[in-house]
Design a protein around this ligand. Structure first.
Ligand code: IPD
Ligand code: CA
Ligand code: CA
Length: 264
């Protein structure tokens, strides 16, 4: 078994374990705190899932670097492998009993996305990819949609937690897509939005002001499903999460044109 396969297997095991915690605690009484803004929530389940994942990596792969949303683990600039973890993507949904959230684990090798795992515990859907080896849903190969016409495309986005205070948002861009695309969705989990582009359920997705853990797994899964990813100017600064576009490829340029028409 290659090291990529071993890491994939370990990440799948951890995503399943964290997902089981989420399934057990879904629609139960939760301790909910706020982070960067009153609408930026964190629950004890986010923390428990992160602790589980981080402690297993520290135990079994102590040389690996870890970047995790709730602050667990230690990043080392010179590590060969870096785990980038969103223990619960879709916390607002989870806290409201809205059934759309997941565990997202992306692993970089020498700074490049190498392995991605996203697990939706309620649907029991596992999205996986290893760089160069395709993308899978529950072990079955997936590919992006064939849609070539933006006016028929199903598009998704999300809105940042600083939206009450910041003037820089994607509301005008949303409006422009609403007028030009087939239909729009905002479903509250960036990692699942990306996997839905990969699986051909969405034709395109963009979002601003995300973080590396929101996109580390999903972007690789889109690319391995034959899709295209970039930042909102068509460049390569999207792995930071600051401005992300993912599409089936056919709609990438049309999406970038809409985004260029309406500055954020
Ligand atoms: C959030 C979700 C949401 C996106 C937010 C993210 P969290 O992650 O992915 O869809 O719009 O900006 O921060 O906070 O639930 O892990
Ligand atoms: Ca997230
Ligand atoms: Ca999260």
């Amino acid at each position: 078994m290659s090291e990529h396969d071993e890491i994939l297997e370990m990440a799948i095991g951890l995503a399943h374990e964290a997902g089981a915690i989420q399934r057990d605690r879904y629609e139960t009484a939760l301790t909910i705190e706020t982070k960067s803004a009153p609408v930026d929530l964190v629950t004890e389940v986010d923390k428990a899932c992160e602790a589980l994942i981080v402690s297993a990596i520290e135990r079994d792969r102590p040389a690996d670097a870890i970047v995790a949303e709730e602050g667990g683990g230690t990043d080392h600039a010179d590590a060969a492998w870096r785990w980038i973890i969103d223990p619960l993507d879709g916390t607002t949904n989870f806290a409201h009993g809205y059934p759309r959230f997941c565990v997202s684990i992306g692993i970089q090798e020498a700074g490049e996305a190498a392995v991605g795992v996203v697990y939706d515990p309620l649907l029991d859907e596992l999205f996986t990819a290893i760089r160069g080896k395709g993308a899978y849903r529950n072990g079955k190969a997936i590919s992006v949609s064939m849609e070539t016409d933006l006016s028929r495309g199903l598009m998704a986005t999300g809105f940042a937690y600083d939206r009450r205070k910041s003037e820089r948002d994607n509301v005008e861009q949303f409006k422009e897509f609403l007028k030009t695309a087939g239909a729009m969705r905002r479903d509250g989990s960036a990692a699942l939005d990306l996997c839905y582009v990969a699986a051909g359920r969405l034709d395109g997705y963009w979002e601003l002001k995300l973080s590396p853990w929101d996109v580390a797994a999903g972007l690789l899964i889109v690319e391995e499903a034959g899709g295209k990813t970039s930042d909102t100017a068509g460049g390569n600064d999207h792995w930071s999460g600051k401005h992300v576009v993912a599409s089936n490829g056919h709609l990438h340029e049309p999406m970038l044109e809409v985004l260029a028409r309406v500055a954020s």
